[in-house]
Design a protein around this ligand. Structure first.
Ligand code: G6P
Length: 607
């Protein structure tokens, strides 16, 4: 959420920064801006809205200079207009910021009392004002930055340039991610490795509290106490090539098509493909003795966790508590020491999930995280990281990360069940073989796109849509409703099908399509009764089912998408795919901005 970058070197900085911002745009697209140093003078261009607007401004008035910083914004404080766009420049300083300065009001009052005049409504401007004030009193850039950082509370990743100091950028990270990229005679700062991949040969992920002084040929990192420290540099993974649309219309379309490969790759990471034994990293504690698992996540990752709860409870017989991270952290749940805190996050940077991690840590839980970005803050703060292999997910609405999360959760369920004696060898074998069969079943889903499109025509005309599912398919209904809301802006609600009669049934009429997730598993008959109740009240039934279910639903469902029949255990993974495709097809019909839906962003680093 908010992407920042910095370039200090020998090439014209602005085009490099602009391209890095393109790769960071998934983190916010309310406004964008770049500031550079041109012969010691700060020059900047800013524009509200997406990067295309900034591009037009830059084409008309290019920026010179080989030192610069850039920002793409997801607005927190202040409207997304030009005045509030970053970089914020005050006197001798320009700053870009990702995060929230929580004590900005008191700092602002203090600075106003010093006679300082503010020109934006943002929390960030206090940083530029503070540093400029100190420099106007004779402090060097480094002294001014260090002392200002000590005054800031909240979360921030910052990049700062200073007038008359060409060839210098200072960066800082506290609760929001920031990495340093190393080039030849040039250095870079970026919110993530995707931003830096084509620029840098090596990358260092800063620790929380670190700040860094960059020149074209040097990188000096200091910790919170001001001590010079060394942080490991890793070769830059070759991910740049993976960040393109590969001929698809949208990143979301591309990422939907990656489901089969991502499921396959992730399964091979967590289950040995030869011995078919679950192969998770060493936990360093006994899975048998875990008294309870506390699961938490946000957004789609939370729905993946909900599926995980059904699996862990039913198959591994371990008690599970679950909540969205923003609630869990304020619930003060009484936790037994030695329990497992299980977090799920694509980015590993989501502020609410991170805060929940810290609560779980304080409550003596063993922290296990299921992550796509293992180098993320959550990755580094966890006892055990279970990596999914989803690759970069650029579309703001999560797709392939969800099935990758479920694939890891499935393996964890088998591992826990075997350790606790609730899953015997033959059941484990059966579960693994049904999982390994999934990539091909997932590929078959794309042969059903024409049927999904017919369903999309009905959904696209609706104002409200109900999604129903039972058991492990209830979270898939939740995921379907969320995806539809996020990218088509159609109001959708998901209910456990059995709960419909306790309220939402009153909404049903011919204008409210009812999307049902109904594989022919043990709960099919119950779900069918709920469908009949809706049908009897004039509801239009749109069903995702399998061949066996289709025979029972014919004459009841107005439109069906019939998937291959799979073991009930993996049904939620398979059924996710067409449900997400439905949202995509509806968004296409509505003509919305699929990859960058309004008001949303990825890597949500604010609480
Ligand atoms: C945002 C995204 C969602 C994502 C959620 C959690 O809200 O729009 O797609 O599911 O964050 O993100 P995480 O990176 O923690 O999985």
């Amino acid at each position: 959420m908010c992407g920042i970058c910095g370039v200090v070197g020998h090439r014209t900085a602005s085009p490099l920064i602009f391209e890095a911002l393109r790769r960071l745009e998934y983190r916010g697209y309310d406004s964008a801006g770049i500031a550079t140093l041109d012969h010691g003078r700060i020059d900047r261009r800013r524009a509200p809205g997406k990067l295309d607007h900034l591009q037009a401004v830059l084409e008309a008035q290019p920026l010179a200079g080989t030192t610069g910083i850039g920002h793409t914004r997801w607005a927190t404080h202040g409207e997304p207009n030009e005045q509030n766009a970053h970089p914020h420049a005050v006197g001798q300083v320009a700053v870009v910021h990702n995060g929230i300065i929580e004590n900005y009001e008191s700092l602002r009052d203090e600075l106003v009392a010093e006679g300082r005049v503010f020109s934006s409504e943002t929390d960030t401007e206090v940083v530029a004002q503070l540093i400029d004030l100190m420099m106007s009193r004779g402090a060097s850039p480094q002294e001014a930055a260090r002392e200002s950082l000590q005054r800031l509370q909240g979360a921030y990743a910052l990049a700062i340039i200073f007038a008359r100091h060409d060839g210098l950028i200072i960066g800082a990270r506290h609760g929001a991610p920031l990495a340093v990229g190393y080039g030849e005679g040039e250095m870079f700062l970026g919110s993530d490795s995707i931003a830096l991949a084509p620029l840098a040969q090596k990358i260092t992920y800063l620790d929380d509290g670190d700040w860094v002084v960059l020149t074209p040929r040097s990188v000096q990192i200091f910790d919170e106490a001001g001590q010079k420290v060394k942080r490991p540099a890793q070769p830059m993974a070759l991910i740049a090539g993976a960040v393109g649309k590969d001929g698809y219309r949208h990143y979301m379309e591309k990422e939907l098509h990656e489901h089969p490969v991502v499921i396959g790759q992730t399964l091979q990471r967590v289950i040995d493909p030869v011995s078919k034994a679950v192969a998770l990293p060493e936990f360093g504690f006994s899975l048998v003795e875990v008294p309870r698992v506390t699961m938490t996540a946000c957004g789609s990752a939370y729905y993946a966790a909900l599926v995980g709860r059904y699996w862990l409870e039913a198959e591994a017989r371990v008690p599970v508590d679950i909540d969205v991270a923003s609630e869990l952290r304020y619930r003060a749940p009484p936790l037994t020491p030695g329990g497992m805190g299980l977090l799920i996050s694509q980015s590993g940077e989501t502020a609410d999930t991170l805060a929940a991690l810290r609560l779980l840590r304080r409550s003596d839980q063993r922290i296990v995280s299921i992550l796509n970005v293992e180098t993320s803050t959550m990755g580094r703060d966890s006892d055990v990281t279970l990596g999914m292999v989803a690759g970069p997910e650029i579309s703001v609405a999560s797709t392939k990360a969800f099935t990758a999360q479920l694939s890891v959760l499935a393996a964890l369920t088998i591992a826990m069940g075997q350790a606790r004696g609730t899953i015997d060898a033959s059941r484990a074998q059966q579960m693994v073989s049904t999982l390994f069969d999934l990539p091909s079943r997932a590929a078959e889903v794309f042969q059903r796109v024409a049927d999904i499109q017919k369903m999309a025509v009905i959904v696209a005309e609706a104002r409200d849509v109900l999604y129903l599912g039972r058991g492990v398919c209830f979270p898939i209904a939740l995921e379907g409703a969320l995806k539809l809301k996020e990218i088509s802006y159609i109001h959708a609600e998901a209910y456990a099908a059995g709960e419909m009669k306790h309220g939402p049934i009153s909404l049903i009429d011919k204008d409210v399509p009812i999307v049902v997730i109904a594989p022919s598993t043990i709960l099919f008959d119950k779900t069918l009764s709920n469908i009949q109740e809706a049908k009897a009240r004039g509801g239009r039934i749109l069903a995702f089912t399998d061949e066996k279910g289709a025979a029972r639903l014919s004459g009841i469902a107005e439109q069906m998408v019939v998937l291959p029949e799979v073991d009930a255990f993996v049904a939620p993974i398979l059924f996710t795919i067409p449900v997400q495709i439905l949202a995509y097809e509806v968004a296409l019909l509505k003509g919305t901005d699929v990859d960058q839906p309004r008001n949303l962003a990825k890597s949500v680093t604010v609480e």
